[in-house]
Design a protein around this ligand. Structure first.
Ligand code: SAM
Length: 404
């Protein structure tokens, strides 16, 4: 049993993130997978683009009198190519190994992880809450297949009070982006930190009292809002109980009060106008477009007048060239993310107006990752003095949203 004792004898909450301990070999494997992903997603990806530009696109043009018009046409032209096929296999295997490289340490630590989450749920010393609903139907988008090849997806419970998939997500995502996200501004960066500080710089009078994160998983992009807005109450909803248990314990051990609840974002039990800021990250591309539309209407309901809603997502296909659309949409075919390409075909501003927001208050923007710039350069961006880097491997984020 993993319990730390405070001087008073009262049990202190362990950091749930640090309970699993990788062996030497596991740590080496995780490093290997992280750098394999960088090799595939940055180095080989660049070479593959050069092969397309120098050979595949000119051959296609010579034969058809025009360049491939969209991602599907590029895909058809690329599929017979040996470099692409090898790259695709490597990428698939690196994705699978991302999760399997952390499963061993999570499995060994599982009793202690469950115990830590249970302790956090019983004590909540930071003042957060955890509301679970065992009767909540898990939407098909989550239950039908293991999204991005993560075994058990976000909701599976192998044991009572399970947190395993939360722990696999926490540790696996570090492997996933570990070698790709090289921060030039240590301790800063990531989606929520970048959005929070952008809002603070751009709209100094905007001081949200309550912030809601949809599809929060373990709260990776909820808790960093505490840095930008320390007085705001934080709320997160998700359909997966194990990720919420894990997220709650994580927040409590960090001393951040966050209120997690197991709810379908299509229909939440929050009062009208309860939130000043409603956010999501990496969420809508994993669910079906009709569900996205219902959720955005629900966002409009729970948002207070004067509030803001911002969603970090993949760039819409209209903003990118056919090759980059083919490159991004790989996940729809090979990474168990079947809604990915259909979401990217939506017009983000159109989605907001359909949900009842005005066209004037809706927009799509791109901001830099705060970890990739100095504070001065990030502030200059917020003042409109520079552009965000092009979209690639976490250097910038596309955001769509609206004010109410
Ligand atoms: C890729 S994850 C989001 C990652 C997370 N926002 C982050 O930044 O780490 C998508 C999450 O949405 C949740 N989800 C999917 N459909 C949902 C719905 N209808 N309502 C609430 N949560 C949902 C999934 O369980 C999963 O945890």
């Amino acid at each position: 049993m993993y319990r730390e004792e405070k001087a008073s004898g009262e049990a202190a909450l362990p950091s749930i993130d640090s309970i699993p301990r990788a062996t030497h070999d596991e740590a080496a494997r995780q490093k290997y997978v992280a750098f394999l992903r960088k090799f595939v997603m940055a180095d080989l990806a660049q070479d593959m683009r050069a092969i397309y530009d120098k050979a595949i696109e000119p051959t296609f043009r010579a034969k058809n009198g025009e360049s491939p018009e969209d991602a599907r046409a590029v895909r058809k032209a690329m599929e017979p190519n040996t470099f692409y096929r090898t790259w695709s296999s490597l990428r698939y295997n690196a994705q699978e190994m991302t999760w399997s490289s952390v499963q061993g340490e999570v499995e060994r630590a599982l009793p202690d992880l469950i115990d830590a989450a249970d302790q956090a749920a019983g004590q909540s010393p930071a003042g957060g809450t955890l509301r679970l609903n065992p009767d909540l139907p898990i939407p098909k988008a989550v239950s039908a297949l293991d999204i991005h090849l993560m075994p058990g997806c976000f909701h599976t419970e192998y044991l009572e009070e399970d947190v395993a998939v939360g722990a696999v997500y926490a540790h696996g995502t570090k492997v996933f982006s570990g070698a790709l996200k090289m921060s030039k501004n240590p301790g800063k960066g990531g989606v929520a930190d970048s959005i929070g500080h952008y809002l603070k710089l751009k709209y100094p009078n905007f001081k949200p009292k309550r912030i809601l994160d949809l599809g929060c998983t373990i709260g990776s992009n909820l808790l960093p809002f505490h840095r930008a807005f320390p007085d705001a109450e934080l709320y997160g909803v998700d359909v997966g109980a194990p990720v919420l248990r894990y997220g709650h314990a994580r927040a409590e051990s960090q001393g951040i009060a966050a209120h997690y609840s197991q709810q379908n974002a299509e229909s939440m039990d929050f009062e009208d106008g309860m939130f000043d800021l409603v956010v999501s990250s990496f969420f809508f591309h994993e669910i079906a477009v009709p569900s996205t539309k219902k959720i955005l209407k629900e966002v409009n309901r729970v948002l207070a007048p004067g509030g803001v809603t911002i969603h970090m997502e993949l760039p819409p296909s209209k903003a990118m060239d056919p090759y980059y659309n083919f490159f991004l949409d790989w996940d729809a075919y090979h990474n168990h993310e079947p809604h990915y390409a259909a979401f990217r075909q939506q017009d983000p501003v159109g989605l907001m107006t359909e949900a009842g927001f005005s066209a004037e208050s809706s927009s799509l923007i791109r901001i830099p990752d705060r970890g990739g710039l100095s504070d001065e350069d990030f502030a200059a961006f917020a003042r409109g003095e520079s552009e965000a880097p092009q979209h690639s491997n976490f250097s910038s984020y596309y955001l769509f949203g609206a004010g109410k």
